[in-house]
Design a protein around this ligand. Structure first.
Ligand SMILES: [Cu+2]
Length: 237
């Protein structure tokens, strides 16, 4: 009786070996031929390796569920993982399919959809490396506004008028002799974004969406710079 109880554990361990091999980082350079296993069941979506490197990635999908499934790779768009990067449909029970996809740096979600419906069972993956063009576009903005910082002024914003919903890249050029930054606050007084402290002679930028109409205020939050004059307001309508 004792052997029949330990046997299933042994079988599980042996079955797990190929999975472990697939997610080991021990292959010299992680070439495109290393497939990443996705095991789909009716209740799970198991991705053997969730930290990957940019480039062509081959997923080997196996459907171990009773229902036909489909597998999607979703990229992030406006904060939600709903941009379809790749998909494979009609993966019957007990069958396997490969999915090749080229991924730029960033985070993604893999979704297995048992019954081929709904949002699916999600697994987040992280891809290390340069961003793909599609993701760079997400940082797109409507226009750029230059702000000059020196002791103790922030120039270039008092004449700004913006439209509601505009996505503006604020470019802070520090022409002063100490660090400066730019904090922007919405009509309700809550911070909507900031350019982090910038060293003298350098520039920094931040894309800020001006979502609400009203009077926005801005300031340099370092020491008493705002009191000395590094502050002001602009209108969004
Ligand atoms: Cu300052």
């Amino acid at each position: 009786m004792r052997t029949s109880r330990t046997l299933p554990i042994l079988v599980t361990a042996v079955l797990a070996l190929p999975l472990l091999a697939a997610c080991g980082g021990n292959n010299s350079s992680g070439s495109a031929s290393d497939k990443v296993a996705i095991t789909a069941t009716d209740t799970a979506c198991k991705v053997a390796k969730t930290e990957l490197k940019t480039g062509k990635i081959a997923f080997a999908i196996t459907n171990k569920g009773d229902k036909a499934t489909e597998v999607y790779v979703y990229g992030k768009h406006d904060g939600a993982y709903d941009r379809i990067v790749s998909e494979v449909e009609n993966i019957g029970p007990g069958t396997s399919r490969d999915m090749q996809v080229e991924l730029g740096g960033g985070t993604y979600e893999i979704a297995c959809k048992p019954g081929q419906t709904g949002d699916g069972i999600r697994q987040k993956i992280t891809v290390e490396g340069a961003k793909a063009n599609t993701e760079a576009e997400e940082e797109a903005y409507d226009r750029e506004v230059e702000v000059e910082a020196k002791e103790h002024q922030l120039e270039g914003l008092d004449t700004l008028t913006a439209k509601v919903g505009e996505k503006i890249e604020f470019k802070l050029e520090n022409q002063g002799t100490t660090e400066h930054e730019l904090e922007v606050f919405g009509p309700d007084g809550k911070e909507v974004g900031e350019v982090s402290p910038v060293k003298p002679g350098t520039t920094g930028e931040a894309v800020i969406t001006l979502a609400k109409p009203g009077t926005y205020t801005y300031k340099c939050g370092i020491a008493d710079h705002a009191d000395k004059g590094m502050k002001g307001s602009f209108t969004v309508s």
